[in-house]
Every structure is written in C-alpha cells, then in structure tokens.
Design a protein around this ligand. Structure first.
Ligand code: NAD
Length: 244
C-alpha cells in the first residue's frame, strides 16, 4: 500500500526543494513528519521542525532523538540534505572537498547511525537517500559533486546489504536537474538565466526540468510498504537522461 497512516518519517534537508516536496507528499499520504534542516523555517505545520547540521554529529543525534520522541519512533528516514560544488579537480581546494563529502556522504552516515535504533523497532523500516544522476553520468565541471554522489550510491548498496536481514530496506533516487531553489540560485548566477534554463532543460530527453514533486513521488514509493521487496536499488527520475 502507498497509504502511510500510522507511519513516521524524518526528512533531512526537508525545508526546501526536493526535501520539502517529499515531506509534504509523505504527510499528505498520512505519515507524521519531522524535518531536520540547517534552517527549518521553510517547513510549515504539520511538519515538525528540528534544527541541525548533518556535518555535526552532536546536533544530528539530538535532532534525531528529539524527532523520534516527538513522533513516537522513526519508520522512514529520507537522507536528502546535500550541497553542490562546481569545477574540475583543479578548481576545488581540499577544504571544499572535505566540506562537501562531510555533508553529502558523512551526513547520511551520521543520520542513519542515529536513526538505526528506532528503525530496528519498526515493522516497515526504510531509508531513502537522495543521490543524483551525477553518480554515474560523468557530468563536466562536477568532479567533487559527482564523487560525493558516487559515494552515496555505493553507500546505499552497502547499507542495503548490511540491514536487509533486520527488515530495513535502503534505496536511493537519482534525479536529473530538478526545479528547486538550489537550481534557481544557479540560474540567477548565470550570465543569461533564460539560456541556462533552456540548456539544463535540454539535457533531459523530456525537454524540461524534473519537478520536486516527481522526485518526492519516487521517494514516497520506495519508502512505502508497497515497495516491501525493493532494496539496494537506485530509481532514476531524470527525464530519460541516463537511459535514453
Ligand atoms: P535545496 O538547496 O533547495 O534544499 C536543500 C536543503 O538542505 C535546504 O533546506 C538546506 O538548508 C538543507 N541543508 C543543506 N546543508 C545542510 C546541512 N549541512 N545540514 C542540514 N540541512 C542542510 O536543494 P535541492 O535541490 O532540493 O537538493 C536536495 C538534494 O537533492 C541534495 O542532496 C542534492 O544533491 C540532490 N539533488 C538535487 C538536484 C537538483 O537538480 N536540484 C539533482 C540531483 C540531486
């Protein structure tokens, strides 16, 4: 069933873009939701908001424990918080590599580690990581970001193997370019935002950007009991970019 009444979910980076769309869709399907975000002010009621930086283990632990207490457990964990970086291996200094890997990869490790005791108590436990087409596409000017998402893909498969016998499923979604505030900021910074939007849209065979709601629908499917036999997979939501 895709009905999520009686289930609880924690969504990191849930105050904007893909995370917010996901928190709202899971809520519409009946789940009780907590969002964990650096700045959770963008998450309206009935979403419960917790402030934390996924790069800071203490703040993650206290937010996850607070969310579990407020919700009465955690059945679904959506590891979605992430940051970008542009450039080739010559462009990003070591400090930036450390920061992006700390948020995009170790952020998932910290949040999952803190949530596992609660997931183990759930009869419908599931983790969904927001990966990216960058994990496998070989995109230009995205060396650091691609490496971070490649790690997210491998981590998803490893976590799926480690926890399948505990009844915890782990999957990820691989979005193409999604129309979120993040991409909005990228377009605003471009010399010609309209031309840049057309170029990003044209990279997808569908000829348009992916919507946050479309990624949320894929996450909601993977997170729901209807996907009870699906673990260790990556679901593309990329307008055909990877496959066509
Ligand atoms: P967004 O910037 O609109 O939202 C990201 C949210 O994460 C923000 O609310 C931000 O405050 C939060 N966040 C960032 N760093 C954090 C941290 N250290 N701790 C806690 N929260 C933090 O971005 P989005 O486009 O919705 O991206 C969400 C995820 O989707 C990211 O993992 C991104 O890599 C992935 N993704 C995005 C696209 C795209 O085209 N937008 C494509 C593929 C994958």
């Amino acid at each position: 069933t895709t009905d999520l009444h009686g289930l609880t979910a924690l969504v990191t980076g849930g105050a904007s873009g893909i995370g917010l769309a996901t928190a709202q869709l899971l809520s519409e399907r009946g789940a009780d939701i907590a969002v964990l975000d650096l700045d959770p002010s963008g998450a309206p009621a009935p979403l419960r908001a917790f402030t934390a930086d996924v790069a800071d283990d203490l703040s993650v632990r206290s937010a996850v424990e607070g969310a579990a207490e407020t919700l009465g457990g955690i059945d679904i964990l959506v590891n979605n918080a992430g940051i970008g970086a542009a450039g080739t291996v010559e462009d990003n200094p070591d400090e930036q590599w450390h920061r992006v890997l700390d948020v995009n990869v170790l952020g998932i490790v910290r949040t999952t580690r803190a949530a596992l005791p609660y997931l183990r108590r759930s009869a419908h436990a599931s983790v969904v990581n927001t990966c990216s087409i960058a994990a496998t596409a070989g995109l230009p000017q995205r060396a650091l970001y691609s490496a971070s998402k490649g790690a997210v893909l491998s981590l998803t498969l490893a976590m799926a193997a480690d926890h399948v016998r505990e009844g915890i499923r782990v999957n990820c979604v691989n979005p193409g370019t999604v129309d979120t505030p993040w991409v909005g900021r990228l377009l605003d910074a471009a010399a010609d935002p309209a031309a840049e939007r057309a170029a990003l849209s044209g990279r997808q065979p569908t000829g348009r950007l992916v919507t946050g709601r479309e990624v949320a629908a894929a996450i909601a499917h993977l997170a729901s009991p209807a996907a009870g036999s699906t673990t260790g997979t990556a679901l593309a939501v990329d307008g055909g970019m990877a496959g066509l």
